[in-house]
Design a protein around this ligand. Sequence first.
Ligand code: BV8
Ligand code: ZN
Length: 254
Amino acid sequence: MSFSQTLVDRLAAARHVAVLTGAGISAESGVPTFRDPDGLWARFRPQELANVEAFLRNPVLVQGWYAHRRRLAQEVAPNPGHRALARLEELVPAFTLVTQNVDDLHQRAGSRAVVELHGNLTRSYCIDCRRPAADAEAGPAHGREEGPVRCPACGGLIRPDVVWFGEPLPAEALERATEAAATCDVFLSIGTSAVVYPAAGLPLLAVEHGAYVAEVNVERSAIAAHVHEVVLGPAGTVLPALVEAVAARQGRGG
Ligand code: BV8
Ligand code: ZN
C-alpha cells in the first residue's frame, strides 16, 4: 500500500489526530468535486455562483443550483473513505474532523465531532430575519415560475447555510479547527486541492507546530511540497487500508 510504516506508527500512537477533508473524499460517493474537469464548477465559474453578489443578482439560479446539490447529496451515500474516518475516531484518544464539504456525508457515515468550516447544504435561512427555512421552502422546484424562494415570515430571500467566497468562516468552527491543527500529533489532509483559504492553511499550521502531516489525494495538491508524506490513491481505497493497519498496530485488528 502506498502509505509508510511511519504514518501507521504515528497514527497508532497519536494522542490527538486532526483531519481536513475536501470534495475529493465525496467523489467516490458520486458527488462531483469543484475543480476536477467534470467538477461542479466546470459548467459555472465559482465567482458566478458561490458569492453573495451573484446570489442577489440571480437568486433563482443560485437557489436552484444549491437545491440541485442538496438533492444530489441526499441521493448519494457515504463511501468507505468516510466510514474509515468514523472508525479512526474510535481508535484514537482525541480526534477532530474538519471538513470543507457541505454535503453532510461525514455525519451520515457516523463521524461525531464534525467541524463544518464552510457550512452545510442541509440548512437554509432567510437573509433578512435569519429564520431557518424548512427544507421544502429552501429551493425552487424545477421550472418554478414565481421567482426566488422567500421567507414566509418576512419575505426575505432564502439562502443556503454555506460560506460563500468573501464571507468569513463561522468563528467557532475556525477556532476549533485552528486549535486542532496547532495541537495535534498527526494531521491528515484528504481529498482537497488546498487552494481555498483559510482552510488550506490548516495543514501548514500543523507542520509548523511539529505534527506529522500527510495528504491523501489522487494527485499532488498545492501543499504537497510542504507536508511530510503524500499518499497517492483514492481515499475510498487508501483510508480503509490505513485505518486497518493502525488498528492492527494497536493490536485491535479484525
Ligand atoms: C474569506 C462553500 C475573508 C460553498 C466554498 C487570493 C489568494 C488567497 C486567498 C484569496 C484570494 N482571493 C480571495 C481569497 C480568499 C478566498 C480564497 O481562498 N480564494 C481562493 C479560491 C483563491 N477565501 C474566501 O473567500 C473564504 N473567506 O477568506 O473571508 C473575510 C474575513 C473576515 C471578514 C470578511 C471576509 C471563504 C472560502 C469558502 C468558499 N466556499 N464552498 C459551496 O460549497 O458552494 S469553497 C469550495 O472549495 C468548497 O468548500 C470546497 O470544499 C473548497 C475547496 O475545494 P476542494 O474541497 O479542495 O475541492 P476541489 O475540487 O478543489 O479539489 C478536489 C481534490 O480532491 C483534488 O485535489 C482532487 O485531486 C482530489 N480527489 C478527487 N478524487 C479523489 C480525490 N482525492 C482522494 N480520493 C479521490 N477519490
Ligand atoms: Zn425572514
